[in-house]
Design a binder for this molecule. Structure first.
Ligand SMILES: [Zn+2]
Length: 296
């Protein structure tokens, strides 16, 4: 019995590691049924939404060419381009990835084929290379870079390791709009890329940075849902993170296993408000437990 079990675990972990970027990236969603919803924030700033499971795409348009943030899953490409074309006929010149996950990057190749230059924080390169992904950035930066396009000052910066070790946030100075990628979550538990350099501490630090560097008028674009995430939601997430981490850390200190922690339901009083989405209370508890257990 021992060996088959081991093999089974191997298969399971293979499925979890590889699935999100290949099979699941293409087959987990019914792409034919997904319609893109366009939300206008300014006459030259739009958000394209492809449902909760795909990254929100920010579009800054104008005569200098189109700048976009993230590229959804690959099968969405034609719909994405059609939605961009409904806004502007200008060439798609730049594409920034908020991070490596397939729901934000799998459309890179097709966008690059249209002439878009893919931009990412430098740590994204080895991560995508390790996956064997073809859709690599051709422009990278370490701390920040700025583009002056379409009468907008677009700064792209690294909030240090947060959801992954290579998150990019994108700030439009004139419009006072910040795309915060997958750091916040709307009415659900946040995902933490614990195997991609992300952590509870990193996400907490990045959420605080967002609150510090913005004001009450800043529109915050979430990586998913929203598309705008209220500041109170960022604050609520910080409170939830602090309390759940404190509880789980105490359980780890008592020597409790993940199974025991799950049975104790450390998120129970937060679950009602955050039950939606793929990150179930159990999955979230597992992510926090694993991350905190790895702390030196
Ligand atoms: Zn992600």
């Amino acid at each position: 019995m021992k060996k088959p079990m081991k093999e089974f675990i191997k298969v399971i972990s293979f499925v979890f590691c590889v699935f999100p970027f290949s099979v699941m990236a293409q087959g987990g969603l019914d792409f034919d049924a997904i319609e893109i919803r366009t939300v206008e924030l300014e006459s030259n700033v739009h958000i394209l939404m492809g449902g909760p499971a795909q990254g929100n795409v920010l579009v800054v348009s104008g005569d200098d060419g189109i700048f976009i943030v993230d590229s959804m899953y690959a099968p969405m490409h034609d719909k994405l381009v059609a939605a961009i074309r409904a806004i502007s006929d200008a060439p798609i010149k730049y594409l920034v990835n908020t991070h490596m996950h397939g729901d934000h990057t799998a459309g890179n190749d097709a966008m690059a084929a249209l002439g878009a230059r893919v931009i990412g924080q430098e740590n994204i390169l080895p991560r995508l290379q390790a996956l064997g992904a073809g859709n690599l950035p051709v422009l990278t930066y370490k701390d920040s870079m700025t583009l002056y396009l379409n009468d907008e000052e677009i700064s792209i910066f690294w909030p240090e390791s947060a959801h992954t070790d290579h998150d990019s946030m994108i700030y439009l100075k004139n419009a006072n709009i910040l795309h915060v990628g997958d750091i916040p979550s709307n009415l659900r538990y946040p995902n933490i890329g614990i195997d991609d350099g992300g952590s509870v501490d990193g996400m907490t630090r990045a959420a605080r940075l967002v609150l510090e560097m913005t004001d009450a008028d800043t529109r915050l674009i979430a990586g998913h849902l929203g598309p705008l995430v209220p500041r109170v939601e960022m604050t609520a997430q910080l409170d939830m993170f602090a309390e759940v981490s404190r509880r789980i850390q105490a359980m780890i200190d008592q020597g409790m296993t993940l199974e025991q922690v799950l049975a104790a339901r450390p998120t129970a009083d937060f679950d009602e408000a955050r039950a939606a989405g793929a990150i179930t209370p159990e999955r979230f508890t597992g992510l926090v437990y694993t991350d905190l257990s790895r702390r030196p």
